[in-house]
Design a protein around this ligand. Structure first.
Ligand code: GLU
Length: 192
């Protein structure tokens, strides 16, 4: 399932969603089936970091439940205890902020960053922001930060992302690439 046995560096965990999707050209439908490893191969720029990847499950995020939060929290704990310096979680955007908030409370005293990332537009669309979000998320996961955050496009252009606190972020629009906003607080930082 795309698992690799490398330790240290940045762990990329796959939960599914548009960022990890494949297109069926016959119907035009998009499925969350690409493995994190395939995604890494599709984005050679990721090679600049020491990354390894693992698929936890492959779901549209509306199909996730608290059961999946448990599985994800266990996998993140395993990665950090195994020596990963940071964790990136690929996740569907519809319930990403709920999972990020749940992880913020389930994973206490984090010694490393846990950064959620998704894409509003799938990889087959010229306006897809999946690569930019991914590279910025991996960069953020390599920073000196001990909390759960969400890394998503900050504007309608391809200029930078915002890193939002996991308990503060909300998805404010269905399709806009700048849909994720920090509510009642500022983003932690901008990253390009
Ligand atoms: N609705 C699906 C989900 O949240 C796909 C869309 C997306 O990834 O943003 O997983």
């Amino acid at each position: 399932n795309g698992e690799e046995e490398v330790k240290g560096g940045i762990a990329i965990l796959g939960c599914g969603g548009t960022i990890a999707s494949k297109i069926e050209y016959k119907t035009g439908a998009v499925y969350p089936s690409i493995t994190p490893r395939e995604l890494r191969l599709a984005f050679p720029a990721l090679e600049r970091w020491n990354v390894h990847s693992r698929r936890i499950f492959s779901l549209l995020s509306e199909d996730m439940s608290a059961y999946h939060w448990r599985l994800l929290a266990d996998a993140i704990e395993e990665e950090i205890k195994g020596g990963s310096e940071g964790v990136v979680v690929m996740h569907g955007t519809d319930t990403m902020t709920y999972t990020a908030a749940a992880m913020s409370y389930m994973l206490q005293n984090l010694p490393a960053p846990v950064v959620f990332v998704g894409a509003q537009r799938s990889a087959d669309r010229p306006s897809s922001e999946n690569e930019m979000n991914m590279l910025n998320a991996v960069f953020s996961a390599s920073q000196d930060l001990g909390e759960v955050a969400v890394c998503m496009h900050a504007t309608t252009s391809d200029d930078y992302c915002h890193l939002h606190r996991g308990t503060r972020v909300r998805k404010m629009h269905t399709s806009r690439r700048d849909a994720f906003r920090s509510i009642g607080s500022s983003p932690l930082f901008a990253v390009d």
